[in-house]
Design a protein around this ligand. Structure first.
Ligand code: F6R
Length: 614
C-alpha cells in the first residue's frame, strides 16, 4: 500500500525516482508525486492517476535537483486527488514528507497542530508529519544543525500511532534524506557516491545490489556518500549490509506484455528454485534455517496456518499435506479473523504464516498474537528481510523471485511446493508416513517443473476458451478435496483481474443451496484430479449440465464418456500437489478473460499488492 522511493547523488533525481515509482505501482496507483531540492528550495510536482501522468506533467521539467523523494499512492485517508497525493509539506515549505502506512491518531495530532496555528491542505493522515517536524524544529531555539533536524523528526515520530515508512527532506539541509520506519517496509540501496531508498528491493535493483534493511524504530540519515544509522533514542550504530542475488532483469517484463503473464510462465523456474537443495531422492529433506526437532513435533497438539487471500489458499493445500503426512491436526485461518477471535493457542501450537510480501498487516498482527501466547512461529515468505520474516522464530523462503503483478501466481505455486516439502520434512522427523511413499512424493515434486511446462503448452487452448466466456456475468468453480482449494484460488483470480463475479464451491455442497443459481448458459469450471473422487465430482457436474450449464473441466484422470463443453488434460501427479498444476489453466483463463475485456491485468482496480493496512 503506497510505494516510496528516494535518491541522493550526482544524477538528476527525477528519472531515477520515476523509474522506481513505476516498479512500485503495484503497491498503489491512484496518484503520484515527487519533491526535489535545488538551490535550497523544495520543488514539488504531483498528479492524480498513474505514474505515467506524473511523468507527462507539464511541470515535471522544474524538478532538477539531485536529491529527491517520491511516492505512488493507494488512498486510505482522503480520495485520490492532487491535493491528497504525496509529498506533503509543512506550512512554511521547509519540510517535505512521503509516507507509506497509516497514522491512526492523525485526527488528534491535526487538532493539536490546528490549535497551534497550523493549517492543512489535504484530508490525509500524512500531512500532520511535516507540520509536527516543523513544530518541534521551530520550538527548539538552538542553532539549526542536522542534529536539531533529526531530533525534531524523532519527536514527531514518537507522537505517531500506527504504521509508517517515512522519507523526510528539508530545504535547510539539502544534503540529506532522513528515513524511519515502523511496520511498513523500507530498504536503503548503497551505491557509489549515491544512495537509493525504496519500499522494496526490486524498485532500485537496476542501480545496486547492496542493501540495508531498516528495522522498526530505526532512523537513517542518508548522504550521497555515507549513511548513518540511529536507534530510537538516536544512539548511532553500525548496520550489516546485505548483498541481494536477484537478477535485475527478474524485476522487468522481459518481452512479455504483462508481468502476470511473465510470472505465470516463470513457474517452472520458481518451483525449481524453491526446491533448490532442500532434498534429493533417497536422502532426508533438510531445512538448514530451522531447528525443529522430532520431540518438538511430537509435543504439538495443533498447527495453525494463517494467511490472507491467495496465500491462505496455499495454506489450505498445506493443511491437507501436513494432516495426511504427519497426522497433526492443522487448522487454516484468515489472518484478519484469527487475530480477533481469541484462537486457542499455547506453547504446544505451531503457527505457520504464509505471506509472499512478508508485510501483510493482518498476518503480521496474527503472528504477534501467536508469539504472545507462547506458540512458536514459522514464516513462509518470498521477500528476504521482510517484517514477518524478521519477527518469526523461523523463516523458510520460497525462491519465486520478485512478484510484481498484483494477482499472485508463481508465489502461490511456490508456497504450495514449499509447504509440501515442509510436510515431508516433518513426516520424516516423525516417521509418520511410509518412507517409500514419501520418496514417491519427492519424485513427483521434482517432476513438477517439466509438468508445468507441458501445462503451459496448452495456453492457446485456454485462450480459445477465454474468448468464448469473457462476456459472462457469473462463473462457478467446483472441486473436492485439494481440487476445491484450487477452485477457491481460481475464483479469486477471476474476480480480481476480470471483475467477473464468481463463486467456488465444494462440489458436494452445491445441492445445498447454490445450485439454485445455475441456469442456461452459465459457465461452471470443474477440477478433477483426485482418483477417489472422480465419480462423485462428475455426478455433481452432471447436475449442473442438466440445468443448462456450460462446463470446462481440468483433469488428470481418464474420464468416462461425458457431455462436458471443454476438457483440458493436465499431467498426472500426487493429488496433494496437483494444485500446482491445476491452478495454471485457471491463472491463464483469468488472464485472457481480463485481456479480452481490455483491463489492466497487472494493476486491477481498487487493489494493491502489499496490504500493509488493516
Ligand atoms: C491475490 C493476492 C492476495 C494476496 C494477499 C496476501 O492474487 O495476491 O490475495 O495473496 O493479499 O498477500 P501476502 O502473501 O503478501 O501476505
Amino acid at each position: 500500500m503506497c510505494g516510496i522511493v528516494g535518491y541522493i547523488g550526482n544524477q538528476k533525481a527525477k528519472e531515477i525516482l520515476i523509474n522506481g515509482l513505476k516498479s512500485l505501482e503495484y503497491r498503489g496507483y491512484d496518484s503520484a508525486g515527487i519533491a526535489t531540492i535545488e538551490n535550497n528550495k523544495i520543488d514539488m510536482v504531483k498528479e492524480k492517476g498513474r505514474v505515467a501522468n506524473l511523468e507527462a506533467s507539464p511541470e515535471i521539467g522544474k524538478l532538477t535537483g539531485t536529491i529527491g523523494i517520491a511516492h505512488t499512492r493507494w488512498a486510505t485517508h482522503g480520495k485520490p486527488s492532487k491535493e491528497n497525493s504525496h509529498p506533503h509539506m509543512d506550512n512554511s515549505n521547509t519540510f517535505a514528507v512521503v509516507h507509506n502506512g497509516i497514522i491512526e491518531n492523525y485526527a488528534d495530532l491535526r487538532k493539536f497542530l490546528t490549535d497551534n496555528g497550523y493549517s492543512f491542505i489535504s484530508q490525509t493522515d500524512t500531512e500532520v508529519v511535516p507540520n509536527l517536524v516543523h513544530y518541534y524544529f521551530s520550538n527548539d531555539k538552538s542553532e539549526n544543525t542536522l542534529n536539531k533536524f533529526l531530533t525534531a523528526v524523532r519527536k514527531a515520530v514518537s507522537d505517531l500511532k500506527g504504521s509508517y515508512a517515512l522519507e523526510i527532506i528539508s530545504s535547510l539541509f539539502p544534503d540529506v534524506i532522513i528515513v524511519v520506519r515502523k511496520d511498513s517496509p523500507l530498504v536503503i540501496g548503497k551505491g557509489n557516491g549515491e544512495n537509493f531508498i525504496a519500499s522494496d528491493i526490486p524498485a532500485v535493483l537496476r542501480y545496486t545490489k547492496d542493501f540495508y534493511l531498516l528495522d522498526d524504530n530505526e532512523f537513517a540519515v542518508i548522504y550521497k556518500d555515507k549513511i548513518n544509522f540511529y536507534d530510537s533514542s538516536l544512539e548511532p550504530h553500525n548496520k550489516e549490509i546485505k548483498n541481494i542475488e536477484w537478477d535485475a532483469s527478474s524485476a522487468e517484463k522481459d518481452g512479455y506484455e504483462d508481468y502476470m503473464l511473465k510470472e505465470i510462465n516463470e513457474q517452472p523456474t520458481a518451483i525449481r528454485e524453491t526446491i533448490g537443495s532442500r532434498f534429493r531422492l533417497g536422502e532426508p529433506c533438510s531445512f538448514d534455517d530451522i531447528d525443529i526437532t522430532k520431540s518438538y513435533l511430537e509435543s504439538l497438539n495443533k498447527i495453525f496456518i494463517v494467511a490472507c487471500g491467495t496465500a491462505m489458499h496455499a495454506g489450505l493445500v498445506g493443511k491437507a499435506i501436513i494432516e495426511k503426512l504427519c497426522r497433526i491436526p492443522t487448522e487454516v485461518d484468515i489472518a484478519s479473523e484469527f487475530r480477533y477471535r481469541d484462537p486457542i493457542i499455547d506453547e504446544k501450537t505451531l503457527c505457520i504464516f504464509v505471506s509472499q510480501s512478508g508485510e501483510t498487516a493482518d498476518t503480521l498482527a496474527a503472528l504477534r498474537l501467536s508469539k504472545s501466547k507462547g506458540a512458536k512461529t514459522l514464516a513462509v515468505s518470498n521477500v528476504i528481510g521482510s517484517t514477518i520474516t524478521r519477527e518469526a522464530d523461523y523463516t523458510i523462503y520460497t525462491h519465486a523471485g520478485p512478484e510484481i503483478a498484483v494477482a499472485s501466481t508463481k508465489a502461490y505455486t511456490s508456497q504450495v511446493c514449499l509447504l509440501a516439502i515442509l510436510g515431508i520434512y516433518f513426516a520424516e522427523l516423525l516417521g509418520s508416513y511410509p518412507k517409500v511413499k514419501l520418496e514417491e512424493l519427492k519424485s513427483d515434486i521434482l517432476d513438477l517443473p517439466s509438468k508445468i511446462e507441458s501445462v503451459l503448452d496448452n495456453t492457446e487452448k485456454i485462450k480459445e476458451f477465454a474468448d468464448k466466456v469473457y462476456t459472462q456475468k457469473d462463473m462457478f468453480f467446483l472441486g473436492r478435496g485439494t481440487d476445491y482449494d484450487v477452485a477457491l484460488e481460481g475464483s479469486l483470480k477471476l474476480k480480481e483481474i476480470s471483475y467477473i463475479h464468481s463463486e467456488a464451491y465444494a462440489a458436494g455442497e452445491l445441492k445445498h443451496g447454490p445450485i439454485a443459481l445455475i441456469e442456461n448458459g452459465v459457465t461452471v469450471i470443474g477440477i478433477i484430479t483426485n482418483e477417489k473422487l472422480v465419480e462423485k465430482t462428475i455426478s455433481n457436474l452432471q447436475e449442473v449440465i442438466t440445468r443448462g450449464a456450460k462446463t470446462f473441466i481440468i483433469t488428470n484422470q481418464v474420464l468416462p464418456n461425458n457431455n462436458f463443453s471443454y476438457c483440458l488434460n493436465i499431467p498426472a501427479t500426487n493429488e496433494l500437489i496437483s494444485p500446482i498444476l491445476s491452478v495454471i489453466p485457471l491463472q491463464l483463463l483469468s488472464y485472457y478473460i481480463s485481456k479480452n475485456k481490455g483491463l489492466d491485468v497487472d494493476k486491477p482496480r481498487n487493489l494493491a499488492k502489499s496490504v500493509t493496512v488493516e
